[in-house]
Design a binder for this molecule. Structure first.
Ligand SMILES: [Zn+2]
Length: 267
């Protein structure tokens, strides 16, 4: 384990897990039956000081921008989901939803060498944000997503579909444009059960693949890509002072006016 010194830049991988259950011992501690998060189940997320086990720390390079350091965690969620897509260069991926996780999926997939990534997003603001980063975006309210995917893949369908939207329309469309024996990777929080056309899975021997959090592998991969300048925060990350966090942070997020908020505790 790395030694740490006062002043080191770090990213916190905030998972608590038992280390003893079958999932932990298999290496999948992100699915531990007693999973907990620092900042959710324990204080710390917005505290001036907090204490974490040293094993939660990932060292960042000395010149690593701290705003990116704070984004390692959400980008690791997306990176983990991207890995579960089992894609190779030359494959086609479809991402539903261009919120922070959808944007993170786009960066992660591109970082893995997947150049053909189509993002489906009904909000024009979100389409603009990810489109300006270079993504190919579709508006499902005016474009036939399935037809576009079938055409772009010469009839094969998407080699992986990622659901970062969590709405019935995304699931139905996603399952309808999946290639055979391919994963529909779910990294959304479904507020209630939705109808799922499972017949599309059976016909193509495809599968739904859940994605939960991340492991240290994802943290290290994201940190490495960020250190290379792979992640651009233009147009989707906003920094607000702690004094404005209710109006400019929580309320703005709830109203859909902002996408990802960084809180500056020094102002
Ligand atoms: Zn466990």
């Amino acid at each position: 384990m790395d030694a740490f010194e006062v002043g080191d830049r770090v990213a916190v991988e905030p998972l608590y897990y038992c280390g003893e259950c079958s999932r932990c011992t298999a290496g999948n501690y992100n699915t531990c039956s007693q999973i907990g998060f620092h900042g959710l189940m324990a204080d710390g997320g917005m505290a001036e000081y907090t204490v974490v086990p040293v094993g939660m720390l990932h060292k960042l390079p000395d010149d690593f921008p701290l705003d990116l350091g704070a984004l390692v965690e959400p980008m690791a969620v997306a990176y983990h989901a991207a890995r579960l897509g089992d894609l190779s260069p030359g494959d086609t991926a479809i991402v539903f939803g261009a919120g922070p996780i959808g944007i993170g999926l786009w960066f992660a997939l591109r970082g893995m060498g997947i150049d053909e990534v189509v993002v489906v997003e009904p909000s024009s603001e979100r389409r603009d944000a990810i489109g300006n980063l270079g993504a190919h975006v579709l508006d499902p309210s005016s474009e036939d997503v399935i037809a576009v995917v079938i055409e772009r893949t010469k009839g094969r369908g998407a080699d992986a579909v990622f659901d970062a939207a969590g709405v019935p329309a995304a699931v139905a469309t996603g399952l309808s444009c999946l290639a055979g024996r391919s994963p529909f990777v779910s990294v959304a929080l479904y507020e209630k059960p939705i109808e799922t056309p499972l017949i599309n899975l059976i016909l193509g021997e495809s599968r739904i693949q859940g994605s939960m959090g991340y492991t240290s592998t994802d943290f290290e991969a994201v940190i490495e890509l960020m250190a290379k300048g792979h992640y651009d925060t233009t147009g989707w990350v906003t920094t607000v002072p702690l004094s404005d966090v209710v109006d400019e942070g929580f309320d703005a997020l709830r109203d859909g006016k902002k996408m990802k908020i960084l809180v500056d505790p020094t102002s």
